[in-house]
Write a protein of this length. Structure first.
Length: 79
């Protein structure tokens, strides 16, 4: 999935102004389950138990992007 890899690379280079749809594309590539049941946040949970809550409204702050990247790194380590 070249699209997920390119989004992830751009997130690492610039953690500002991302859409929740971009998070979902990357999460699907790394088998991370997004969950949003009528709330303002999306919870991304990996099978290892690691999770992060990200607000769905734009702009998504850099601190949430960095937390999501840490979750991706943890998912890669558990492979």
């Amino acid at each position: 999935m070249a699209n997920a890899a390119s989004i992830l690379k751009r997130m690492r280079n610039n953690p500002r102004d991302w859409r929740i749809e971009d998070f979902k594309v990357v999460a699907a590539h790394y088998a991370i389950e997004p969950r949003q049941h009528g709330t303002s946040h999306v919870i991304f949970r990996h099978a290892s138990g690691a999770a992060i809550s990200v607000p769905a409204a734009r702009p998504i702050k850099a601190v949430y992007v960095r937390g999501f990247l840490a979750l991706i790194d943890a998912a890669e380590e558990s492979k």
